[in-house]
Design a binder for this molecule. Sequence first.
Ligand code: 6PG
Length: 244
Amino acid sequence: MTDLHIFKDKDALSEAAAQLVVETARSAIKENGRFLIALSGGGTPARMFHLLAQPPYVKQIPWAQTHVFWGDERLVPPDDPGSNYGQAARLLLNHVPIPAENIHRAKGELDGKMAVADYTAQLRQLAEPGRAWPRFDLAVMGLGSDGHTASLFPGPIPEAETRVPVMAVTADYDGRPAQRITLTPLVFNDARHVLFLVMGENKAEAVTAIRHAPYQPQKWPAQRIKPGNGRLIWYLDEAAASLH
Ligand code: 6PG
């Protein structure tokens, strides 16, 4: 099932996204005793991270039962400006009472192979019995103007992505760190809720293509995100929805 919500600007979208994180957290903890969220990198979620660290949201999330992962991470040290963990720590995690052991950082300081192995092991630790990765309650996804999401980029689809939960990727986008690791659609499509946060005119073509063009997963990687037994939710600002 797909939900589409269009907001007038970044503030309205970020407030709504923070509210959805709270609601998803509370229902997950009520149902399963824990809340597993995978965060995205890039600039779009920054305002939402900031809001989640402030009243009213900060007190509405049971942080002790919340576990944070990342949908992808750049292979840079955690204190590097390009680190997705670093951004979330600066804006959110350093300001909330989440136990350190609930922060499951992809270790960008390692090389790709080691980082994949380490992150795969972290996923397995939180997985339900007999599974290699947990069902995320919420996967927050960004979208590049080229239609990538997490670190699933246009071009030939890596055979690994249908076999393993985490893979190493090299990608050239927007001058950002090229060496990355990413969760694969195996994990994203297993999530209970997948939330795309997309803002800006430069994303409008990708949004429309991904949602309405024929299935071309090499051209529009975000089309590979189709939760089999979960809700796919799009939060767009008016600029990103302008070609809708
Ligand atoms: C990353 C992100 C990536 C991001 C998109 C959109 O590591 O860069 O996970 O998938 O979400 O590139 O980035 P913006 O939000 O900055 O447009």
